[in-house]
Design a binder for this molecule. Sequence first.
Ligand code: GLC
Length: 495
Amino acid sequence: MSRKKHKAKQKGVYEMKVLFAIFEAEPFAKSGGLGDVGGALPAYLKKAGCQVRVIMPKYSGIGSIYRDKMRRVAKFQVEVGWRRQYCGLEELEHDGVIYYFIDNEYYFKRDGFYGYYDDGERVAFFARAALESLLYMRDFKPNVIHANDWHTALIPVLLKEICGGLPFYYEMKSVFTIHNLKYQGQYGLAVMDELLGLRGHTAPYEKMGLADGVNFLKGALLYSDAITTVSPAYAQEIQHAYFGEGLDGVLQARAGVLSGILNGLDYELYDPATDRALFANYSSANWANKAVGKRRLQEMLNLPVQADTPLVTMVTRLTEQKGLDLFFHIAEELLAEDLQLVVLGAGEWQYEQHLRWLGSCYPQKFVPCLTFDNDLAMKIYAAGDLLLMPSRYEPCGVTQMIAMRYGNLPVVRETGGLKDTVRPFDEYAKTGTGFSFANYNAHELLFTVKSALHLYGHNRPLWDKLRQSAAEERFSWLDAAQRYVRLYEKIGARA
Ligand code: GLC
């Protein structure tokens, strides 16, 4: 930063303004890691020196303690193709950050967040609504709009194609962050006219087009001024066909503006010393109560109460991404070992059925908890000795970071954020914060778990040393936020 800018910044004159658009943000809405990011990163961007505001849908599931405090800023009509839809703009300050909520009951008064037949129309509405909302935000004209995942991918597209001709939007830049490349928003060509009002615009057909359709995420990749993803390793991986989900070519072409910024963990929220969900609190300075948590969980789940039997855990969405196929392939061999296994998660039907069946075969050793229950998840992190995360791909992953903090050593596949966050056990240097294996191969998973169990059984002092290193590892949101700010400056966003 130049001296002049630096001085101005110190005086508070210069301040980058960022509008952060995302479909999930804790504590308002969370179905996975995206919600953690929406809840944590904005406050850290503020600490890193920007003025940041967040914009997201007003879902009916948002708790009334928040809904009741929202204040209406404006109401207006938004064009969605040939339709004109009501849009309310509401605001609420949370954690020192202003959150805006886009209100439209037709689109957002539904259970959950996604998975509806008209998701394409809902995200098209949201993108237009977010861009038009800028005109109603007092004292806040962003220099950058930072969009996240396919749900907000149309923002950079429409910013250039629809708003680009209007002076108000001239200098606005856009950043797009990929949290999961698998979900892209692919529709028939008709949506260009039907939802986006882009008939007659040639560029979007070239940029977002597939052979016979439109890909919203591809649009974001080609229209944004910078692209990020949530770990350096994933930023490299997605430029190859195995991880590229069909967009590796586009990502290679955009490699010059693509970078990986590792997510952080909120160490105040995830702290075994204060976590109210735990049976007993403990810290890395005094581990004694971790054993209490293990005993109480064994009692609660009707497992034999055995302090020295390793407790292996999984806390996961039950989807292919999370490596469940590997797990099932070796589950019975794993259950032949002297261990207990607890899996918490909900998701695809065939995985749930498989887990139920395994549970009925090994009632003394294996308990499937087929739900998404945050309190129980925390109890499991705290009680566990090992946490399995054999993901096929993992943009960043939060589970392994939480597990480390709670002294539950992760066994991960070396991919994406897992590779960037877990230091694998080195038996010669006697260091590490977990265990890892390279290939998407079930027996590599099994052998890695077996060698971890061996260490647990035969060298507890070394095990305790790894556990200590894991609990003391820090993935800082402030670091991440500072990197984003440097990126905003680099793409020439001018305050
Ligand atoms: C997605 C990814 C996960 C990442 C999270 C937040 O849920 O699957 O790896 O941690 O987004 O960026």
